[in-house]
Design a binder for this molecule. Structure first.
Ligand code: ABU
Length: 368
């Protein structure tokens, strides 16, 4: 490390991450301990769960995930932590929480879900942690599993902005929404209405001073506008739409690899319809997922292939079975680090979802 770089490291705020590829220094890794399966009759859940996984929610809804699933996924998470630590990345974990407890607001009663996916909750933009309001009743209090950590970062100087939570009362959800008819004419339909602010952090993807976001079954226009207004004029928040009929989280749709290289999901992203921003970027199509339509993918599409974690502009932690992806990344000059993570997939994500950046060494820049 040269002197300039070492000065930059010393002067970095405790929370600092501007994109997906700067050298990673500190990260939060989620946990599946105490995870509870959401109820199938939750309309917000039905909107995104693949039909082939319906049986699982009908069988286990409201109960803990089976012990074996928790044990196997926990092993994968622990292994991820070990690998990150061996690469010099500081790892933090959430508090243990009892997600099986019922909680009641003036409008409804629910159990919790898990603390597996910090990426869904926290959007780190430069020195600010933005806490998402979420859109599922089972996730209403999820951020509290991370409260001690975020408070510690706040005490060390981080900015912390929590979005107003929607009531999640009945009229927050679109009563006419049906997963079978996700489009009316050309217009994509969503299960969340526009009557209150909603977003999950994982619908945003950071490219320095430009941030892309999609509307989804957990993110509405008011939520996007809230983020845009609070980030202020230094940032441009671009709304994008792709061909995912049941969108929830953008990190299996477009994934920046480094400045000038974007990985896209070819089933949802038509290269010719990408925003002009990417006209000078190399667009790389992700290969088909290795695990297709198997009943293990309960919460998500098959495209967790793309949901990996970059350590820096070259090194990327990927699921070890995703051989076509590993070969593709190597061909493009990257250095994949394969680890077992398939047992985490049933919880709805891979390493990107399971983590949230706290600090990456780099500057806040324009890449377009
Ligand atoms: N939470 C990431 C999952 C997105 C998808 O279903 O592809």
């Amino acid at each position: 490390m040269d002197k300039l770089e070492s000065d930059n490291v010393k002067s970095l705020p405790i929370v600092w991450s501007c994109n997906e590829w700067d050298p990673l220094e500190e990260v939060i890794v989620g946990s599946v301990e105490g995870a509870i399966v959401p109820l199938w009759d939750d309309v917000a859940v039905q909107a995104i769960v693949p039909e082939h996984a319906r049986w699982f929610f009908e069988k286990y809804g409201g109960q803990p995930f089976p012990d074996e699933m928790i044990e196997m996924a926990s092993k994968d998470l622990d292994r991820l932590c070990e690998v990150l630590t061996s690469l010099g990345v500081k790892v933090k974990r959430p508090d243990k929480v009892d997600f099986s407890k019922d909680y009641t607001t003036p409008w409804w009663t629910s159990k919790g879900l898990y603390s597996a996916m910090p990426r869904d909750i926290f959007l780190v933009v430069a020195d600010t942690v933005i806490e998402a309001p979420m859109a599922w009743r089972s996730r209403y209090f999820e951020s509290f599993a991370f409260r001690n950590l975020i408070q510690e970062y706040f005490n060390k100087g981080a900015k912390w902005l929590a979005a107003p939570k929607p009531s999640m009362a009945g009229d927050f959800y679109n009563k006419d929404y049906s997963p079978e008819t996700p489009y009316i004419g050309d217009e994509k339909q969503f299960v969340v209405t526009e009557n209150q602010i909603a977003f999950d952090a994982a619908d945003f993807v950071r490219f320095g001073k430009d941030i892309l976001v999609q509307k989804s079954n957990v993110t509405n226009a008011m939520g996007i506008e809230w983020v845009r207004r609070h980030l202020g004029p230094e940032f441009t928040v671009h709304e994008v739409e792709f061909d995912d009929a049941h969108p929830m989280h953008i990190d299996t749709t477009i994934v920046p690899l480094c400045p000038g290289k974007l990985l896209i999901n070819p089933t949802w992203v038509d290269k010719s319809k990408l925003p002009d921003l990417f006209k000078d970027w190399e667009i790389i199509e992700a290969p088909a997922p290795v695990f297709t339509n198997d009943s293990a993918l309960f919460f998500s599409s098959d495209w967790l292939t793309m949901n990996f974690l970059s350590i820096d502009e070259k090194r990327i932690i990927v699921e070890e079975n995703e051989k076509p992806l590993i070969d593709l990344l190597k061909k493009h000059g990257f250095e994949p680090i394969p680890i077992p993570f398939r047992n985490f997939y049933p919880f709805g994500g891979s390493m990107h979802c399971a983590t949230t950046d706290i600090r990456r060494r780099g500057k806040l820049e324009k890449y377009f």
